[in-house]
Design a protein around this ligand. Structure first.
Ligand code: FMN
Length: 411
């Protein structure tokens, strides 16, 4: 895939070399086009080294134009990705102006355009920027993110550029440069994130799950061509484009949403950290501080994973086991007890697992297991999805002989 990577003048430009690396890892040719402001944040030398091509930045560079004109560059691109995308470049594209090489390419290309905005949360929420986002989306330009979280300015909010790996995967996903299409035509339902079990109108019980692993798994399944329904507990992650996302709060909500979505699903992946217990009753008014101690009576939440595995027409069912000790033993126990097809075991604790960008997992099935060392959750999700696809097709038998050949060749 030929990608024109536009880099504009935002702080997140320092992540651009990583984006280039992630795109090239997936086999893309990357031609970088920088704006003048971007050059204030990251050097062309570094970007030239990682992209392996001279950087383009000046519309009036006669030598570069002679080698490949801006029109040829616009035609060469299978996709134009701008990451980071400033508020300013969004406005320039909306206006249809072409004062620099990057926006000229945007006007002259027929390839899909994707922007990964990155800016201060007030800039992002400014009505002007939001109006520009709407126009861009109406014109079919893909907006990847932004994420929510801590910002370079020290504040919190929406406007953070998504992680380079997630941007790279989303671009491949959006533009047809998918994986091997291992799950083409298959429906995959994924649950992700924590649940919130209300105590009263202002308090709830929850856990430390960030949803990052489940979101990465859902995105990886979509990248393999699956129709993905992502059922998400409350998280601060951007909705991955191209998936159906259903937002829920409690374990009961997630149970109901899962059973509504599971019809005709081929694969169910339960990555959510669903509460085991919830308060017996939700107190109607805020509980007042009266006595020195108080007790909460809890009752079991429905076991979503087991309830899906128990269905007469159960899909290929994959669980996650987050354990703080005896990881493999507990995970294998859960695999057998709940009659799952596979289980992904990951150790959780203060130093690993929840709310981090990396993870290490072991995937277990009835007569085998495979361990994946620590890497980004996005990379792990791809490995896990390939393995799930392999076992799913093996279970379905000859239907997929040809696909299995593809998988084993890639091993
Ligand atoms: C230190 C500094 C950081 C900036 N960070 C951002 C940013 O993260 N996002 C953004 O939209 N603009 C940011 N700006 C403003 C842009 O650089 C400015 O709007 C510029 O004109 C963008 O030009 P370009 O879109 O052609 O690259 C920043 C400016 C400065 C001086």
């Amino acid at each position: 895939m030929n990608i024109v990577l536009g880099i504009t003048g935002g702080i997140a430009a320092y992540k651009a070399p990583d984006i280039v690396r992630r795109l090239r890892e997936r086999g893309a040719e990357v031609q970088i086009v920088m704006t003048a402001s971007a050059e204030e944040f990251v050097t062309g030398t570094a970007l030239q080294a990682v992209s392996g091509k001279p950087i383009r930045s000046n519309l009036w560079d006669k030598e570069a134009e002679a080698a490949m004109s801006h029109i040829e560059l616009a035609r060469w691109a299978d996709v134009v990705l701008i990451a980071p995308a400033t508020a300013e470049v969004m406005a320039r594209i909306v206006s249809g102006g072409a004062p620099d090489l990057l926006t000229t390419i945007c006007l002259a290309t027929e390839a899909p355009i994707a922007l990964a905005p990155a800016m201060n949360h007030v800039m992002w929420n400014n009505p002007a920027t939001q109006a520009n986002r709407e126009v861009l989306e109406e014109r079919g330009i893909h907006i990847i993110g932004p994420g929510i979280g801590s910002q370079a300015c020290g504040e919190e909010g929406a406007g953070r550029m998504l992680e380079p790996d997630l941007i790279a995967i989303t671009v491949f996903n959006l533009t047809g440069g998918k994986g091997e299409g291992l799950l083409e035509g298959r429906k995959v339902v994924v649950t992700a994130g924590p649940t919130r079990e209300a105590i009263d109108p202002v308090r709830y019980i929850t856990n430390r799950s960030s949803g990052k692993m489940g979101y990465a798994v859902a995105t990886a399944a979509a990248a393999q061509g699956a129709d993905v329904v992502l059922i998400s507990g409350p998280v601060s992650l951007a909705e991955p484009p191209g998936l159906e996302v259903i937002k829920v709060e409690s374990a009961m909500d997630m149970h109901a949403a899962t059973h509504e979505a599971i019809d005709a699903a081929h694969i169910f992946i339960a990555a959510a950290a669903v509460a085991d217990y919830r308060p017996v009753a939700i107190v109607e008014q805020k509980i007042k501080k009266k006595s020195e101690s108080m007790s909460l009576e809890l009752t079991r939440c429905p076991d979503i994973l087991a309830s899906v595995a128990d269905l007469d027409a159960a899909p290929f069912t994959v669980g996650f086991a987050a354990e703080t000790e005896n990881l493999i033993k507990h995970a294998r126990g859960k695999l057998e007890k709940k009659k799952l097809d596979m289980i992904v075991a990951n150790r959780v604790g203060r130093d690993c697992g929840f709310d981090r960008d990396d993870n290490a997992v072991t995937v277990l099935w009835s007569d085998g297991e495979k361990s994946f060392p620590t890497s980004s959750k996005v990379e792990l999700a791809h490995d896990v999805i390939e393995l799930v696809a392999e076992h799913f097709f093996a279970k379905r038998g000859s239907e997929t002989q040809s696909r299995l050949t593809v998988i084993s060749n890639n091993d």
